[in-house]
Design a protein around this ligand. Structure first.
Ligand code: SAH
Ligand code: SF4
Ligand code: F3S
Length: 448
């Protein structure tokens, strides 16, 4: 019996793909290892969105090289956005790696695993694969695994990719180069998968794509995200549906209408703005102005009351002046996002920004801008979250941490509470008593 360990770096898409790899390995007789040291097979799922993520990948590959010296039988597989088209080059640079496969190339993974099984005389594993595996469709996730592949028996949440790749080519971004062009999964296939997940006990699904607003445009019957949400909303026993990420240039009225009318679709949206300055937005090739973004937010907020809104901001884009940076701060003050993911610009080889501009903002200034955004946002989030105090909010309980149950509200806020009864996987009503910029705390509200 071989044991595997999945090491995931990167975004939710990678986490979803790691869940799928784990399900596949389970189905062909592998067992999850509790710790890296116990594994005979390690899958490293990688991210290169910024240099810091790539450095983490390189560090982990170094660590695995050491481990392989001690245990030559260890198999190392690498997938994710680190894997570019030059696989031979990667093989030369990283001889410790047994197999590289591109994100989502599950049929290649399957043939490699089958070959390994034969060479390790584990043929009996091949005779009874219990899992449905159609290379053209990819793998179906089985629920309840977290990003390290560890069984998470209580988690009622699952990620479901609906569209792969990206056609946008924002000037700073490496994702389209590593993930390729947009490919949507057929609507029926997604509905089937969600039904199967619900049978396994899943109560909340998060639909994933780099740009979920593009969903379906290249499929024969042209379904869109609103159509998909309508279908999923009709599935019994699913309690919540989320999706990310939206693109401000593509978000439309039909989707807003679906969000407003479908009861299971949560009041939360990730709408990355990236900058509050028009010249920077143009250089980023985002396809909208600050004014258009603000109008869009206004329209969504009018349709969906209680909407919680997250965004992404890049500071220190090439030639960003103090004044242009301050435009981003003003936008944060104006919109008052619930959550802001902020990152310092990192030049990515091969992108338009990397070719065209010098990385002109110094690391010190980037760091200073990062902390100014964080400070401002901490104040805004403190203010927003304090308005939750006294309210009753529903939480879907994901597990227990340091003696407290935790989960997320429909608005995607992290919430902690104490309760002696088992609460895992349940929807519980909580009266909010305390708040911080990052989380809420409260007590179970027993209905009389
Ligand atoms: N598709 C999404 C997000 C993709 S990448 C969107 O359109 O926004 C996730 C986030 O990483 C981005 O929103 C951006 O803020 C950040 N990011 C991407 N490339 C970056 C780079 N070169 N430097 C710094 N941050 C970057
Ligand atoms: Fe990258 Fe832009 Fe595509 Fe998002 S929309 S993945 S930022 S290219
Ligand atoms: Fe990273 Fe690729 Fe996701 S670069 S952010 S793992 S799409």
């Amino acid at each position: 019996m071989s044991r595997y360990f999945i090491w995931t770096i990167g975004c939710q898409m990678n986490k979803a793909e790691s869940q799928r790899i784990a399900s596949y390995l389970n189905s062909v007789g592998y067992q999850i290892a509790v710790a890296l040291q116990e594994a005979e097979l390690v899958v490293l799922n990688t991210c290169v969105v910024r240099q810091s993520a790539e450095d983490k990948v390189l560090g982990t590959l170094g660590l695995l090289k050491g481990l392989k010296k001690e245990r030559p039988n260890l198999s190392i597989l690498v997938t994710g956005c680190f894997v570019d088209s030059n696989i031979e080059g990667l093989e030369r640079r990283f001889p410790q790696v047994d197999f590289f496969f591109k994100p989502g190339a599950y049929s290649e993974l399957a043939s490699w695993v089958q070959k390994r099984s034969i060479s390790t005389t584990e043929q009996e594993l091949l005779r009874s694969p219990s899992m449905e595996f159609t290379p053209s469709k990819g793998l179906t996730a089985s629920a309840r695994r977290n990003d390290t592949g560890k069984p998470l028996l209580s988690s009622p949440c699952a990620f479901v990719p609906i569209i792969q790749g990206c056609n946008n080519f924002c000037s700073y971004c490496i994702v389209p180069y590593r993930r390729g062009r947009e490919v949507s999964r057929p609507l029926e296939e997604i509905v089937c998968e969600v039904k199967a997940l619900v049978k396994q006990g899943i109560k909340e699904v998060t639909l994933l794509g780099q740009n979920v607003d593009s969903y379906g445009h290249e499929l024969p019957s042209n379904p869109d995200l609103a159509d998909l949400l309508t279908e999923l909303n009709g599935i019994d026993d699913i309690a919540r549906i989320r999706f990310l990420t939206n693109h401000p240039k593509d978000l439309n009225q039909k989707l807003m209408g679906a969000m407003a009318s479908l009861d299971k679709v949560c009041e939360h949206m990730e709408l990355p703005v990236q900058s509050g300055d028009d010249d920077i937005l143009r250089a980023m090739k985002r396809g909208y102005s600050v004014e258009q973004y603000c109008e869009l937010v206004h329209a969504v907020r009018q349709r969906i009351s209680q909407l919680s809104l997250s965004t992404d901001i890049i500071v220190g884009f090439p030639e960003e002046t103090e004044e242009q940076f301050e435009h981003s701060l003003s936008l944060l003050e104006k919109i008052k996002f619930d959550v802001v993911h902020v990152a310092a610009y990192s030049p990515r080889p091969g992108t338009v920004a990397w070719r065209k501009y010098k990385d002109s903002v110094s690391p010190e200034i980037k760091k200073e801008r990062l902390s100014r955004v964080e400070q401002l946002q901490a104040n805004i989030a403190t203010e927003i979250n304090s308005t939750c105090q006294g309210r009753i909010m529903e939480v879907l309980v994901e597990g227990k941490k340091r003696g407290k149950w935790y989960g997320r509200t429909r608005s995607d806020k992290l919430l902690f509470f104490e309760e002696s009864n088992e609460c895992s996987g349940q929807l519980v009503k909580i009266k909010i008593e305390k708040s911080s910029p990052w989380a809420l705390q409260g007590k179970v509200e027993y209905s009389s």
